[in-house]
Design a binder for this molecule. Structure first.
Ligand code: ACO
Length: 333
């Protein structure tokens, strides 16, 4: 088998129009802008309204990436959608997006890895290109966390926002692989740190099951301790695999879960503020969509200049986490 390198062709995003500020939340919770912004860095989040759902934003982000890529829907061979709160379990969000963008030649499926979904999707997508099986791959990460939050739990509901990001990969004709290194990890023994149950009802002829709370629950302190240990290790391992050092990297595009976690990574890498992409103040934690939204935003606003190199990193329920060192080619949008 001839190894086929990967080019990152385009990045897309879509977020709900409705914005809920920290001050808005004080109308329904005993909280304050001061507590939320000093502990997390979040000032506001975009929230789905009416019939908007994960498919809505996933389709829009996919269309945005497709428009920027110069490809048409029929040229896409594979669609991988990372989502932890799809509108339907089936048909999959991948199939809904396939239909909406006219990708009639693509296979499509969903994966569930919470906030690390886009990095897992990238791992899957790049191997399908590397092997020569597929040429053009669409990755979408979409989550509408707001529908599954306990809006009476001030410790968790203030943290999340909704939205979607997308990335199109293609076979690199010039032999240069944009995925310089990538590692993803999982530790199911820490599963209780962040949970969202989907417990159905048993057949009426048998003993009933204890019904789950179909809401996001998080032991924030344990997540924090776990992440400040594992995330820097993951990034350093990824740099080692890439045979690079922090000074060889232009940007850090981290999962936007907590500004203090991001600042810890910044210090470890000895990066300046200009090198670290932060949009948690605008969007909160958009789960799997967090990294691609941050990347799309930074390319759009010129905060990221190309050509350049970047570390992408994410962590979340599972526990699952991962890092990638990627090349962002000249003119990437
Ligand atoms: N407003 C006001 N007070 C609050 C709020 C709020 N929104 N939330 C909690 N408090 C109170 C608590 O009740 C507590 O009060 P007490 O001392 O009287 O009991 C106090 O503030 C401190 O609460 P802690 O939970 O100890 O606050 P902490 O400093 O640990 O910050 C936080 C909480 C922000 C959640 C932090 O632990 C964190 O960021 N953890 C990591 C979360 C994360 O990264 N998750 C990512 C994955 S998400 C996924 O995968 C789906």
């Amino acid at each position: 088998m001839n190894f086929k390198p990967v080019q990152i062709l385009s990045i897309g995003k879509s977020v709900p129009e409705t914005i809920i500020t920290n001050d808005d939340l004080t109308k329904i919770l005993d909280t304050s802008d001061e507590w939320i912004s000093t502990r997390t860095g979040i000032k506001q989040r975009h929230i789905a309204s009416g019939d908007e759902n994960s498919t809505t934003f996933g389709v829009n982000a996919a269309k945005d990436a497709l428009n920027k890529s110069g490809l048409n829907g029929e040229e896409i061979d594979l669609i991988v959608v990372a989502t932890s709160n799809p509108y339907n379990i089936y048909p999959s969000t991948g199939c809904a997006i396939q239909d909406a963008i006219g990708a009639k030649n693509a296979i499509a499926f969903d994966i569930t890895v919470a906030c690390t979904g886009m990095l897992y999707a990238l791992e899957i997508g790049r191997h399908f290109i590397n092997s020569g099986k597929y040429k053009n791959v669409l990755l979408v990460a979409t989550d509408t966390n707001s529908k599954f939050l306990d809006w009476t739990d001030r410790a968790s509901c203030v943290l999340f926002g909704d939205g979607a990001g997308a990335m199109i990969l293609t076979e690199a004709k010039d032999g240069v692989d944009d995925i310089v290194a990538l590692n993803v990890n999982a530790d199911g023994s820490k599963g209780a740190f962040i949970t969202m149950n989907l417990v159905g009802e048993n057949c009426p002829l048998v003993e009933p099951a204890v019904l789950g709370q179909h809401k996001i629950a998080m032991v924030g302190k344990e997540v924090y301790k776990f992440v400040v240990q594992t995330m820097p290790e993951s990034i350093m391992k990824c740099l080692e695999d890439a045979k690079m050092e922090p000074k060889d990297i232009d940007y850090l595009v981290p999962h936007q879960a907590n500004l203090r976690i991001i600042e810890g990574l910044q210090n470890r890498l000895e990066f300046t503020n200009d090198q670290v992409i932060v949009d948690i103040d605008k969007y909160g934690n958009t789960s799997a969509a967090s990294v691609p939204i941050a990347l799309a935003d930074a390319l759009e606003t010129g905060k990221i200049k190309t050509p350049s190199t970047a570390i992408l990193c994410a962590f979340g329920a599972g526990m699952a986490w991962g890092s990638a060192v990627v090349r962002l080619r000249e003119g990437l949008k």
